[in-house]
Ligand binder design. Structure first.
Ligand code: BEZ
Length: 211
């Protein structure tokens, strides 16, 4: 069954490159990102894992834990990690789930049989501190993900979890944001002391409130 926004992220226990992990316990009170890789020793995945590892300080700043998955076992992951370090110039610095029995891949509907009946697609799940799924992304095996976009959307999710705002197209940290449509002008005046600009009654912009 597909996992939808707002669902509780299914909990699981799995072997990883950092030992056995209980998913919800690993996430603790913070945010989390679970992402799948079709297979070990494959080129696109190798570049993605290097890029996530390099960006880990950005995820740490956002109180967000990373956990990857690939459908091989942790012994294989350990050897692959050597290749990642050698070719991408960074060590794997977050756990990678060994999912040779496809237990987690099946739980998270990461195998799309009409694309490939044994390997996972490139899934991304962003999970909030309430353990609810806040974002899902699905890419095919042939397309590497964009780590900057994942950080961008994480910033948007974290901002809108704290303030009654939404973020417009191509928004980046520091840009103006959209005043929540549920707020009256009076409420918006109170909540956004820097003021707001009304382009249409339903489209009001305000400086990013936490800047
Ligand atoms: C890759 O990561 O390059 C890849 C993985 C699975 C199938 C094809 C390519």
């Amino acid at each position: 069954m597909a996992i939808r926004l707002g669902d509780t992220a299914p909990d699981f226990t799995a072997d990883t490159t950092e030992g056995t992990i209980s998913f919800h316990e690993y996430l603790g009170d913070g945010w989390g990102i679970l992402f799948s890789h079709p297979k070990d020793f494959t080129p696109v995945c190798t570049t993605e894992l290097g890029a996530f590892a390099k960006a880990k300080p950005e995820f740490d700043k956002r109180n967000t834990k990373l956990i990857g998955l690939s459908v091989d076992d942790v012994t294989s992951h350990g050897s692959w990690a050597g290749d990642i370090a050698e070719t991408q110039g960074t060590a794997l610095n977050f756990p990678l789930i060994g999912d040779e029995d496809r237990k987690v891949a099946t739980l998270y509907d990461m195998i799309h049989p009409n694309a490939d009946d044994t390997l996972t697609v490139r899934s991304v799940f962003i999970i909030g501190p309430d353990k609810k799924v806040k974002l899902t992304l699905t890419y095919p095996a042939s397309t590497g993900r964009n780590v900057d976009e994942i950080i961008r959307v994480l910033d948007s999710l974290q901002l809108s979890s704290q303030y009654s705002v939404a973020t417009p197209v191509n928004w980046r940290e520091g840009d103006d944001v959209i005043v929540g449509v549920g707020l009256s002008d009076e409420e918006a005046t109170q909540k956004f002391p820097k003021g707001f600009t009304t382009l249409k009654p339903y489209l009001r912009l305000t400086p990013q409130p936490n800047k």
